[in-house]
Write a protein that binds this ligand. Sequence first.
Ligand code: SF4
Ligand code: FES
Length: 287
Amino acid sequence: MSTQVKEQTEVDEEEQVSPGERRREKKRQLQREREQEILDAVDEAEQTVELKIFRFDPEVADKQEPRFDSFTVPFHRGMTVLDALIFARDKYDSSLTFRHSCRQAVCGSDALFINGRQRLACKTQMGELDWPVRVEPLPHQDVVKDLVVDMEHFYDQMHAVEPYFDPDELPDGELEAQTQSPENREKIKLSTRCIWCGACMSSCNIAAGDNKYLGPAAINKAYRFAMDEREGSDKKADRLRIIEQEHGVWRCQTQFSCTEVCPKDIPLTEHIQELKREAVKSNLKFW
Ligand code: SF4
Ligand code: FES
């Protein structure tokens, strides 16, 4: 057969393959390449670590039953749990779902239950954990999919303490700064660090049993404003009324679980106790 005839035959055969089959073959090829990449990465790694990840997807028929999937991930020094999760998602299963953004303990989106404790995945070193590493969504929250929980209730509680200033008097000049003393700034400094991750709320037994409890993060937010000397006195009185309601500060049983898990080291239990004292003082009457 001449070369020209042979080439024509190949072109004819190619044309007989449907576009759908060509797409599927391309996908299979990519899948093969990806699997090879994983094998190479795992082979080259000096050490590998096993991740056991909670899986659940209410929208897919065979994933509605909660389960754990295992992934073998190449370990390297400095690797965080978030790095390992990203490897598992990018290399093994693109449907693995979790939140993350800043990767530097600022956005608060990747609080997870890692080896039985609330932690930020981006701030937790794989090398400091017992292996295999077990990763679950935050307890006491509804799971949306895999490691993603519904944060709506947590945000509602944060907003319930009205986290904004309402000063008694506005400054005269439009651009006049409302100053704060260095001592007062120091007092509220730690309370301003909150990144709304929800780890504290998830660790709290009281919040688990009382869905209306404001919770440590919201009470800390109230503390941040109530203890700020720029807070208006009417607003402070309102705020204290909010936090001393039935599901407010008095629910706290000083178990310190919130303080222990807070990734920003905010002394939440202390702040709650201080607000309890403020609430008592605001109700004292001297005749
Ligand atoms: S107080 Fe701490 S644990 Fe709670 S939401 Fe804020 S940063 Fe997260
Ligand atoms: S990714 Fe932003 S806090 Fe971890």
